[in-house]
Write a protein that binds this ligand. Structure first.
Ligand SMILES: C[S@@+](CC[C@H](N)C(=O)[O-])C[C@H]1O[C@@H](n2cnc3c(N)ncnc32)[C@H](O)[C@@H]1O
Length: 261
């Protein structure tokens, strides 16, 4: 309900410039999508893979506002139905297509894309090293890789309450790779998968206002969920509350790289 009514089916955080209201979700999410397009830095018409596209909001935004030709893929078929409807409504059906699949085994030929990105999706991977090798395979030489994902401090620097909260969020929201993504680990995996020129930006400050808003909205449902022993039913509320409480322990990072020519 939260995703549908608050975020229009989009499942990523927003980008807030200093002084922006934490409630301006739509503007902030649009800005996050534009920041992604800027990191891809590809010309109109370039072919891009959105791995874990959800309901296609990012794919459609990049097709509409950056002129990219975007192939979305997701492991959940009901997301793809919504994505196709979104593309039709947005007038970008000719520049988007959506496939069912698991990004650990991509159903695309070698060197078939100019860019590949994940928007808050690689954290769900069971085996991120395998996924990155697949991304390398489907990218043409010179192609761009961009990840908007989460990382965290080493366990001994987080403290036990923050570590326990991270473990619970990752278990209930099915994000095994976030447990692995200690700061710097994703960059190392990207390099080890054959990419060059790896860069990382920590942009946590830009999206923390949205986590704050989710804390405000989630604190009561989460409290009730805990009281009645059904915290798994309030997983998004729990994530918002625990991520805001322990915001010093984790980061929102943008990783970019290029497949060598
Ligand atoms: C938090 S949502 C983000 C969706 C979208 N990127 C967005 O920003 O709106 C994570 C998405 O990753 C998808 N996903 C998780 N594991 C996947 C996998 N192994 N292969 C493909 N998609 C996957 C989920 O189905 C979900 O739609």
């Amino acid at each position: 309900m939260g995703y549908t009514y608050l975020l229009g089916g989009t499942k990523h955080f927003g980008w807030y410039e200093p002084g922006t209201s934490m409630w301006s979700f739509g503007t902030a999410m649009k800005r996050m999508e534009d920041e992604l397009a800027a990191r891809l830095a590809l010309p109109a018409g370039a072919r891009v893979l959105d791995a874990g596209c959800g309901t296609g909001a990012v794919a459609c935004a990049l097709a509409a506002r950056a002129g990219l030709t975007v192939t979305g893929m997701d492991i959940l078929d009901w997301n793809l139905e919504t994505a196709r409807k979104r593309a039709a409504t947005g007038g970008v059906s000719d520049r988007t297509d959506f496939h069912l699949g698991d990004y650990h085994t991509l159903p695309f030929p070698d060197e078939s894309f100019d860019g590949v990105y994940t928007m808050e999706t690689l954290v769900h991977a069971a085996d991120p090293a395998t996924v990155l090798k697949e991304f390398n395979r489907v990218l043409r030489p010179g192609g761009r890789l961009v990840h908007f994902e989460y990382s965290h401090l080493p366990r001994n620097a987080m403290g036990e309450p923050a570590w326990a909260a991270l473990e619970e969020v990752c278990r209930l929201a099915a994000m095994p790779a976030w447990m692995e993504f200690e700061d710097g680990v994703l960059d190392d995996l990207v390099s080890a998968s054959g990419f060059a020129g790896v860069t990382t930006e920590d942009v946590t400050e830009r999206m923390t206002p949205m986590v704050h808003a989710f804390y405000v909205l989630g604190v009561l449902p989460y409290f009730v969920g805990r009281m009645i022993g059904k915290v798994e039913k309030t997983v998004n509320a729990m994530s918002g509350v625990e991520m805001y409480r322990h915001r010093a322990a984790w980061s929102y990072t943008i990783t970019t790289a290029t497949k060598p020519e």
